[in-house]
Design a protein around this ligand. Structure first.
Ligand code: AMP
Length: 193
């Protein structure tokens, strides 16, 4: 059965990065979400790729759920134009809220924060904590080294092939959403008790 994706969680850099196509990719995904009536769930600030995708959704008539912490809010970097704003006491409850509001999770180019967030979404899928699809928008091969690392984990017996194969890697917003709609995690009941 296809996954009904009405709300997409996007993890991405809180910096602009050095490569203009990374910002363009965030904007393109934002436009795609707005045009396809998919709500954006993200970290709620106005900076870096995070701000770029939120602005692209909003200026194209879409809706955005921004989930930020009291700490970031006090620092004055909360995006004040989002459709729905959620402010949490700490990073742990922020990630839980982002997960609760979303039907799928994707990573765009970003740094350690992005990596940590998508790794948690993957880990929790692997133990059956949620069954929602997880993917990477692999802009210009940005995630190729990580994908290679994941394949090394499979080859070394630390990562199940079925789980590796169930994570989505796509080059464009269209391909990403299409693949997320049909992605399915293997039944973890035989591994996790
Ligand atoms: P990074 O990829 O290291 O830039 O971190 C981006 C992710 O980590 C975002 O999705 C946020 O949830 C979180 N994060 C880290 N630093 C910040 C920041 N200064 N403002 C907002 N979110 C941040």
């Amino acid at each position: 059965m296809a996954n009904d994706i009405r709300s997409l969680c996007v993890y991405c850099g809180s910096s602009d990065g050095y490569v203009a196509s990374h910002i363009t990719a965030a904007q393109d995904l934002g436009i795609y979400l707005a045009n396809n009536h998919i709500n954006l769930v993200y970290g709620g600030t106005a900076i870096g790729l995070m701000g770029a995708i939120a602005n692209a959704v909003l200026t194209n008539g879409g809706t955005v759920t921004g989930v930020t912490t009291e700490h970031f809010h006090a620092a004055g970097i909360t995006h004040d134009g989002v459709t729905q704003s959620v402010i949490t006491p700490d990073m742990h409850s922020r990630k839980a809220e982002m997960m609760r509001h979303s039907d799928a999770f994707v990573a765009l180019p970003g740094g350690i924060g992005t990596l940590e967030e998508v790794a948690e979404a993957l880990t929790w899928a692997h133990i059956g904590h949620h069954g929602k699809p997880v993917g990477f928008l692999n802009v210009n091969g940005f995630y190729n080294p990580l994908i290679q690392m994941l394949d090394q984990m499979v080859a070394s017996g630390f990562y199940r092939r079925e789980q590796r194969d169930a994570l989505v890697v796509a080059a464009t917003p269209e391909e990403l959403i299409e693949k997320l709609r049909v992605a399915a995690w293997p039944d973890v009941a035989k591994w996790v008790r």
